[in-house]
Design a protein around this ligand. Structure first.
Ligand code: GLU
Length: 437
C-alpha cells in the first residue's frame, strides 16, 4: 500500500472519515454521532522486544485502537504486516465499528496490528512476538472491553497463543477474550471460512436480484488468503467462472476459469499460487497468463473481488475497472476518490462493512458460545450467518433504493442509524437542552 494508493495524502483514517461524511450527507445523523466517530476512544502504541533465534534482540511496534464501544465491547482483528501504522489501525477500527453496526451484533469496533513481516520470522519467534504483544496490552483487552481476532497474516494458532497468554497473565482461563481460536481451544466451527462465506451469501442475494447466471459470470479475486480462497471456492462450487486470482507475488488469468480447489491445494502446500489442475494429489499445470495485481483489477470480468489490502482502487485506476460489480472482501480496498469514480460510472460496489462482515459475525457466535459454555454445530453457525448476511444485504439494497444512493452510502446510513440510536439513548444536546416537558 503506497501513499498514493491510500488517498487523502496517505492518511487512511482521514480517507475513511471522508467516506463517513459523504454518507452522512445523504442521511442526516446527530452531529454528536459523527463527533464521537472522529475520535477513537483509546489508543495504545507499544514496543515489543523479542529475542530472536540467533540470540539477537529486535523490537517491534504494535498498536491497538479501541474506536467505539457504544453498542457493546469493542471488537476487531490483529494484523501482522510491514505496513501497519497508527492511521491504518485507526481506520480499520472505525470500519469495525460500522461493520458491527451493519451486522446488528452488539459490538463496537477495535483493531490492532504489529509492523512486521511474519514470513521472515521462525515459528518460535512468531510465538514469542504474539505472547509478548499480549503481555504489553495488559488490561487494554478483555472479554467485556475489547476482543481481538485474526486479520491479515494472523491465524487461529496465533489467536490460541494470545488467549493462552492472556489467561496465564490473569490467572484464569479466558477463552472469550479472543475469537478465531483453534476449535480445540474454544474456537467456533465455521469461523475459518466465515469471511468468505459471508461474502458469498451477499453475492447470492445479488445473483437473485439481478438474475445472474453463475455459469456465465466471470470473477476475478485479488488476494488468495483466507477470505479470498473461501469466497472463490464457494462461487466456483456454484458454477461461477473464477478467471483470475492473485496473491502478494502476482496473479494468474485463464479465460476458461480455474479449478479453485486445485489452486488452494497447491497454494497451501507450497505457499505458491500456480495455475494447476489436480486429480487427488497429482497436479498438472494448465495454460494461463500471468497478470500483475494491478492488471487483475482491470480485467474484463463481471465481478471483481478485492480481498487483499486497502487502497487498491484509487482515482488513478478506477476508470479502468471493467467489472460491473465490485465486492469488497478486503477492508478499505477502494479509496474515497476511487469510490467517487466507480459511483459516477454506475459500477455497483458492495462495501466492505457489509461484504466482509461474516468474519466478525461468527466471531460474535464464538464469543457467545464461550461465555455460555456452548458448542454449536456447523449447521447452526452457518444458518445463523446466512440469516444475518441475507437480512442485512436486503436491508441495504432497500435503503439504497429509498435514498437513491449507492450501496456504500446505504450501508453507512444503516450503521449510522444504529449507532445514532445508541448515542441518542444516552442523551444528546437536544435532550439536555430541553426543559424536560
Ligand atoms: N479481521 C476481521 C475483520 O476485519 C474479523 C474481526 C473479528 O472477527 O473480530 O472483520
Amino acid at each position: 500500500m503506497s501513499d498514493a494508493m491510500t488517498g487523502a495524502n496517505g492518511d487512511v483514517f482521514r480517507d475513511a472519515l471522508t467516506k463517513l461524511e459523504r454518507a452522512s450527507a445523504h442521511r442526516p445523523v446527530d452531529p454528536e454521532v459523527l463527533l464521537r466517530l472522529e475520535h477513537p476512544k483509546a489508543m495504545l502504541h507499544v514496543s515489543v522486544p523479542v529475542r530472536m533465534d540467533d540470540g539477537s534482540l529486535r523490537v517491534f511496534e504494535g498498536y491497538r485502537v479501541r474506536h467505539d464501544d457504544t453498542r457493546g465491547p469493542a471488537k476487531g482483528g490483529i494484523r501482522y504486516h510491514p505496513q501497519v501504522n497508527l492511521s491504518e489501525v485507526k481506520a480499520l477500527a472505525l470500519w469495525m465499528t460500522l461493520k458491527c453496526a451493519v451486522a446488528g451484533i452488539p459490538f463496537g469496533g477495535a483493531k490492532g496490528g504489529i509492523s512486521v513481516d511474519p514470513k521472515t520470522l521462525s515459528r518460535l519467534e512468531l510465538e514469542r512476538l504474539s505472547r509478548g504483544f499480549i503481555g504489553h496490552l495488559g488490561n487494554f483487552i478483555g472479554p467485556e472491553t475489547d476482543i481481538p481476532a485474526p486479520d491479515v497474516y494472523t491465524n487461529a494458532m496465533v489467536m490460541g497463543w494470545m488467549m493462552d497468554e492472556y489467561s496465564r497473565l490473569n490467572g484464569r482461563r479466558t477463552p472469550a477474550v479472543i475469537t478465531g481460536k483453534p476449535i480445540h481451544l474454544g474456537g467456533s466451527l465455521g469461523r475459518d471460512d466465515a469471511t468468505g462465506r459471508g461474502a458469498y451469501y451477499v453475492i447470492k442475494e445479488l445473483e437473485q436480484r439481478h438474475h445472474w447466471d453463475p455459469f456465465a459470470t466471470r470473477v476475478a479475486v485479488q488476494g488468495f488468503g483466507n477470505a479470498g480462497q473461501h469466497v472463490a471456492a464457494l462461487l466456483h462450487q456454484d458454477g461461477y467462472k473464477v478467471v483470475a486470482v492473485s496473491d502478494s507475488q502476482g496473479g494468474i488469468y485463464r479465460e476458461e476459469g480455474f479449478d479453485i480447489p486445485s489452486l488452494i491445494h497447491t497454494k497451501n502446500e507450497s505457499r505458491k499460487l500456480r495455475a494447476v489442475y489436480c486429480e487427488g494429489t497429482v497436479c498438472e499445470m494448465v495454460p494461463a497468463e500471468t497478470v500483475t495485481n494491478e492488471e487483475l483489477l482491470e480485467l474484463d470480468v463481471d465481478v471483481l473481488i478485492p480481498a487483499a489490502l486497502e487502497g487498491q482502487i484509487t482515482e488513478k485506476n478506477a476508470d479502468r475497472v471493467q467489472a460491473s460489480t465490485v465486492v469488497e472482501v478486503a477492508n478499505g480496498p477502494t479509496t474515497s476518490d476511487g469510490d467517487a469514480v466507480l459511483a459516477d460510472r454506475g459500477i455497483t460496489v458492495v462495501p466492505d462493512i457489509l461484504a466482509n462482515a461474516g468474519g466478525v459475525t461468527v466471531s460474535y457466535f464464538e464469543w457467545v458460545q464461550n461465555r455460555g459454555g456452548l458448542s454449536w454445530t456447523l449447521e447452526e453457525v452457518q444458518n445463523r450467518l446466512s440469516e444475518i448476511m441475507s437480512r442485512e444485504t436486503l436491508a441495504i439494497l432497500e435503503l439504497g433504493e429509498e435514498l437513491g444512493s449507492d450501496l456504500r452510502t446505504a450501508a453507512y446510513a444503516l450503521a449510522l442509524g444504529r449507532l445514532g440510536a445508541a448515542v441518542e439513548a444516552q442523551g444528546t444536546k437536544g435532550y439536555f437542552n430541553d426543559d424536560g416537558d
